[in-house]
Design a protein around this ligand. Structure first.
Ligand code: KG4
Ligand code: ZN
Length: 354
């Protein structure tokens, strides 16, 4: 029970007649359950096993899966209580079926199947990254007919061309060829002796640093929409090795600036090239204050609308999965069969993952 760290409050349920969707997320170290109806948050609970992984410097799949097992029921009860919904009032169950850690995904999938079977509700397998995108709709409403999404998470970095998230294929303009942006933050944090998870630790350290202190490389800039962050990580490692007395805040700020610079330049260029006026930045790294700041400046200068979810909806949670389920139900998408299996390395081609 003590793992529940965040409950969304103060949302009221108005009207009736709309589908109520329960979402379950267990792809990594966060156990998230959310209840969404008609694009609005009704209730949510989130538990994290982050502290249990910290001493290993990264997520240990077996520990994550065990923690999901322990946290799922308390989170479910808490989210439903918050939403003031009973099982009979839930219309559909959505669950992350990929990508993610196999054992972690299995735990949520088993729970979702049990609920769908026991309550006789349709089940939807959702792609985790589509969930990150849908999270933004809970704050800013439906996406426009066309938009570009920059997904920056612990495992993925992609620039995507989006149409209707529930109906249209998702087009990849570019992905990372090596480390994801979040992974780079986590690895650099380790190099600098900062705590896991690295993103928040690096961004905190960077607050007191000079972002112009070290000119770290901007890989693949001007070379299309693919990303590469492993060279940057190595450059940080070499710098720290050469000058062990370097100020940690300066290294953190300079590293962060290099990541943010590349991400925002490529995202803005993609919007302009494709004639798209809305950029959506999502995923754990979208919680980064400097990324949000630079993206806002550059989008304003280019005449683009920028959408970034509030930080609590950027990192993994159950609401983002419920949000996709809500869109799928609204689009009349067929439900998944109860033999739906987890796909730990599911490519992102559409919102469903089945
Ligand atoms: O989306 P997410 O919660 O999980 C995945 O789907 O991977 O992203 C987690 C990643 C981690 O690498 C974490 O270090 C990074 O997001 N992250 C941040 C910040 N908060 C989380 N990176 C930079 N700045 C942050 N404030
Ligand atoms: Zn995620």
């Amino acid at each position: 029970m003590d793992r529940i760290i965040f409950v969304v409050a103060n949302y009221s349920r108005e009207g009736g007649g709309v589908a109520v969707v329960l979402g379950i997320e267990t792809s990594c170290d966060e156990t998230g359950v959310g209840v969404v109806a008609d694009g609005r948050v009704l209730g949510a609970a989130l538990a994290s096993s982050m502290d249990e992984h910290a001493r290993f410097g990264g997520v240990v799949p077996e520990i994550a899966a065990r923690a999901h097992l322990e946290s799922l029921t308390p989170c479910l009860l808490s989210a439903m209580e918050q939403a003031q919904v009973k099982p009979g009032e839930i219309d559909a169950i959505a669950v992350t079926s990929g990508p993610g850690l196999a054992t972690a995904l299995q735990t949520g999938l088993a729970a979702a199947k049990a609920l769908a079977f026991g309550w006789d509700k349709p089940l939807y397998g959702v792609h985790h990254l589509a969930g990150h995108v849908a999270a933004d709709t809970l704050e800013h409403g439906p996406l426009p007919a066309r938009s570009i999404a920059l997904i920056v998470s612990g495992g993925h970095t992609s620039l995507l061309l989006l149409g209707d998230l529930a109906r249209d294929p998702i087009v990849h303009l570019g992905d990372t060829v090596d480390d994801a942006a979040g992974e780079a933050f986590d690895k650099v944090a380790r190099l600098l002796g900062l705590a896991y998870p690295g993103g928040p630790a690096v961004s905190r350290a960077a607050l007191d640093g000079d972002r112009a202190a070290i000119a770290f490389p901007r890989a693949m800039l001007g070379q299309g929409y693919r990303f590469s962050f492993s060279g940057l990580k190595s450059a940080v490692a070499r710098q720290v090795e050469r000058e062990p007395d370097l100020s940690v805040p300066d290294v953190a700020a300079s590293f962060q600036e290099a990541v943010v610079d590349v991400l925002t330049r490529k995202a803005v260029a993609a919007c302009l090239e494709h004639g798209i006026d809305t950029l959506v930045i999502v995923g754990g790294v979208a919680a980064n204050a400097r990324l949000r700041e630079v993206a806002a400046e550059r989008c304003a200068a280019a005449g683009l609308a920028l959408r970034v979810p509030p930080p609590a909806l950027c990192t993994d949670n159950g609401l983002m999965i419920a949000a996709v389920g809500d869109l799928l139900v609204e689009a009349g998408h067929p439900a998944a069969a109860l033999d739906l299996s987890a796909d730990p390395s599911a490519p992102l081609t559409k919102a469903v993952c089945a």
